[in-house]
Design a protein around this ligand. Sequence first.
Ligand SMILES: [Zn+2]
Length: 400
Amino acid sequence: MAIAQAAFDVEAATRAYLATVSGAARIRSDAYFEGGYWLTLWGALISIGVAYLFLRMGWAARLSAWAQRQTGGRMFLATALFLLVFSLLTAVIELPWQAYTGYFREHQYGMSNQTLGEWLVEMLKGAAISLPITALAIAALFIGVRRSPKRWWAYGAAGTAVVMSFFIAAGPVFIEPLFNTYKPMPASPLQAQILSMARANGVPAHDVLVVDASKQTKRISANVAGLGPTTRVALNDNLLATKDDAGTLSVMGHELGHYVLGHVVVLILSFVVLITLAFLVVSVAVPALIRRNPAWGIKDIGDPGAFAVWSIVFSVFFLLLTPVTNSLIRFNEHQADIFGLNAARAPDGFARSALRLGAYRKLEPGPIEEAIFYDHPSGATRIRMAMQWKSEHLNEPGVR
Ligand SMILES: [Zn+2]
């Protein structure tokens, strides 16, 4: 083995893969991804700006008073009504921004297969599902804030875990079918290999589905969704259309890694820790901001109108935490990569898939850039990982 390892140069093999994407294609994907850093910042600044406008102009206070009058002072309903109207109004103000990031920019970079009408309908469908449920959930949280000023954050964190688990569990059964069609993968040698790899890793074999993602996008991808009995692994039709069996198998190995390593639960628990911190920051920052700005006309932290202040604090908190949330997810993705390499034993397929993902993710960032902005390992990191794996398994049977 020692001789074989010396004969394979990991760095040279990595460079050779990276060199296949150069010139205009490289400039384009770098620009697309780097632009995304600014979108994160601008997106947060816009929602902070809009919430501030509502406070500064007294709209939040007036909307809160109106919602309380409409509901006869029943605070749960008043808060839910406030949230519905506030969310709709802010969504209308932010529509041009959403259309730019979600539709026009995607077309500019050749990623989207949607018409503007299709994009709008999907956005409205998404809002129709999420708005009422989040409004009711936040209204319940505000009841906690008013009744239990010292301990609401703990109830809030527990409630967040329940609501999040509900959405994730309901995803594959009730939500995803409203947007896309999921069908069992048709029989083929590749399908047999994926099912065999799934069984070998203790994953129920009926769980591999194909989703018609080409309706919306040109991106290749696969994912694990659901929770407990609703869990399923799916690959998208763009990935299948590459006709790169080893590449697809390596991606599915990665997805099985998420499944076997329980990443859905890990991410729910991680998010609950972050949201608990966010609530603790809110419990200090929101009353302080309200006290300092009597002109806003917000009574206290439990006033429905205070949600505009909450929204500012949340936006700042999660903007500052971007490197933390990215790194949390990236750590799981790295684990899934290693799992996938061991399960699929297709390092060159894995490297080719990493290059394809490079169409929308800058291939070679600096180390700090990767730590801050990447929620998946970069293409360069992934290809190096694959070539390292390959160098440790040279001349073994069954390696593709
Ligand atoms: Zn992944």
